[in-house]
Design a protein around this ligand. Structure first.
Ligand code: ZN
Length: 148
């Protein structure tokens, strides 16, 4: 995730986490870097879905990401074949803190973990992970690297 975020800087990167849920722990086992599918067409669609009117200048991949749903389905199948599932979607915030934006909140799914990698001047600043509560507000998760 960190490498992907640093290499993609100053654009936002995104990817999928595959793993499993064990009791109250969510274990990420594999990382699938994905292409940032954001473009002028997706920008128009997503911005129109926000409550605010579509801005004259549409945001670019420096401020937004989206994953091609067909590519996501491919990963979902790969995961399911091995008894795993997509458990999260990560993305980076170039030159911004690892705190979800209103856009992130609006388009988040309740069942996924959302790690955000903050990158400043091409280097890791911090990683924080978030999940929606029942009121669709993000709360922060405790991250543990058990490979270390
Ligand atoms: Zn974001």
């Amino acid at each position: 995730m960190i490498e992907h975020a640093e290499h993609s800087h100053p654009e936002e990167c995104c990817g999928l986490l595959v793993g499993k849920i064990q009791d109250d722990r969510i274990a990420a086992i594999e990382v699938y870097p994905m292409a940032n599918h954001w473009n002028q067409d997706t920008a128009r669609d997503f911005e129109a879905a926000m409550i605010a009117p579509t801005p004259e200048t549409l945001p670019t991949t420096e401020r937004r990401y989206t994953i091609d749903p067909r590519a996501m389905l491919d990963v979902q199948k790969l995961a399911r074949d091995r008894g795993l599932a997509i458990i999260g979607i990560y993305h980076s915030h170039p030159e911004h803190p690892a705190i979800p934006s209103e856009y992130d909140r609006k388009f988040a799914w309740a069942e996924y973990v959302y790690p955000i990698v903050s990158v400043r001047r091409g280097h890791l600043s911090e990683v924080r992970a978030w999940m929606l509560d029942d009121d669709r507000q993000f709360y922060e998760l405790e991250l543990r690297d058990e490979l270390r």
